[in-house]
Design a protein around this ligand. Sequence first.
Ligand SMILES: Cc1cc2nc3c(=O)[nH]c(=O)nc-3n(C[C@H](O)[C@H](O)[C@H](O)COP(=O)(O)OP(=O)(O)OC[C@H]3O[C@@H](n4cnc5c(N)ncnc54)[C@H](O)[C@@H]3O)c2cc1C
Length: 410
Amino acid sequence: MTVIVVGGGASGIMAAIAARARGAVVTIVEKNPRLGKKILTTGNGRCNLTNINACAGSYHGADPGFAAGIIEQYDVKKTIKFFEKLGISHKVEESGKVFPMSDQASSVLDVLRYKLEQGDVKVIYEARVSEIRKNENGEFEIKLADGACIKGERVVLTAGGKAMPVTGSNGDGFRLAHELGHKIGDVFPALVPLKLEGRFFKSIAGVKISGTAEVLDGNKPEAGDRGDILFTSYGISGPPILQISRKAGEIMQNGRNPVLRLNMIDSMPKERLDGLLAKRFYHAVGKTAEFSLVGLINKRLIPVLLKEAGVNNLKAPVENLSAGERKKILNILTDWRFRITGTTSWPNAQITAGGIDTREVDKNTLESKIVSGLFFAGEVLDIDGACGGYNLQWAWSSGTIAGRNAALSE
Ligand SMILES: Cc1cc2nc3c(=O)[nH]c(=O)nc-3n(C[C@H](O)[C@H](O)[C@H](O)COP(=O)(O)OP(=O)(O)OC[C@H]3O[C@@H](n4cnc5c(N)ncnc54)[C@H](O)[C@@H]3O)c2cc1C
């Protein structure tokens, strides 16, 4: 069996290894001058390669259940064993995140490339696939942008989504699948910073807090997470924001306006914080309103917070603050709301939400139900996971299953 893998990222490399292990003659066609460029950027260069909690229920998409069979067939245990065998000793960090002991994403890529070389998998570099079609003999013809044509009995399309296009994934995978007759569901950037309404962001850009962020649809909390949150010149970023960004994108996709709610002091109940504020203000008699908050929150946030609470004279003596103004300050500290005006775009996104409609793909083999012999894996499919190793796990699992099945004779 000859198998052509279109796109040499995480899922494509796994598909090639799996197809080769089943005896196929495998060629990877990659538009970059090297394989796995995105892998190098993962986990801040450390590669959070999976998560011990990744399971059938960890994924999103129009049909999140689609991922279940694939993750069960090639689960986290098998993935870790596979990488251990290649030489990647692993460690488990907070929230079940798995990293290589080396803390180097490049070591993950090195062992994968070594495995490909050992298996004599051919790689064609700097080869952008411009068209895939099946000829009258039932063979696939893969046309490259330079005019060359490669033929194969099976194709695994692993060209990724649109996130971080500088790594090579610019949406070609969706176009190629669409030209082969597949429906592409709406795609939007996910695991991405959020743009917020407000004129003061430039003045607090770079301020980091530890707190809780939630996405509200109307008044209903739809997603939430806590951790380090970073204000930026356009809005907000940081791990909890990336985590809840998918829900914000989904609400916007449905034509509604999501709201971000921030609790900047989530280490105590609101009533206790109210008492603490009262005590601080009482002991600060003689200080300005502005100075009375130094030591409670980041200094650069104080002028913005007071203005948002309706306290315009920052130099007013703290004893002049009314009970109502204290209540407003308390509310801003624990329940600060912003209209989300958008997500930042593809260059800042870690993943693509949406993609090839999974109803047209076999959920056990990942073969197209429209074009026999065509398989899909990775981010090109309408499946995505949370931050923390879940997306690479999807790439490893789906790549392995697609590659394995592509190598089988009918
Ligand atoms: C900054 C960043 C950090 C991340 N960190 C993590 C993490 O720590 N853990 C985690 O689980 N996930 C992480 N992710 C997500 C994860 O990296 C991706 O979900 C995963 O790499 C997707 O793999 P893929 O093979 O589907 O696509 P990709 O890795 O995007 O690979 C697609 C490949 O196809 C090639 N290609 C595209 N079009 C063509 C064409 N026309 N012809 C030929 N080749 C083509 C591309 O050049 C590319 O090499 C991160 C993502 C980013 C952007």
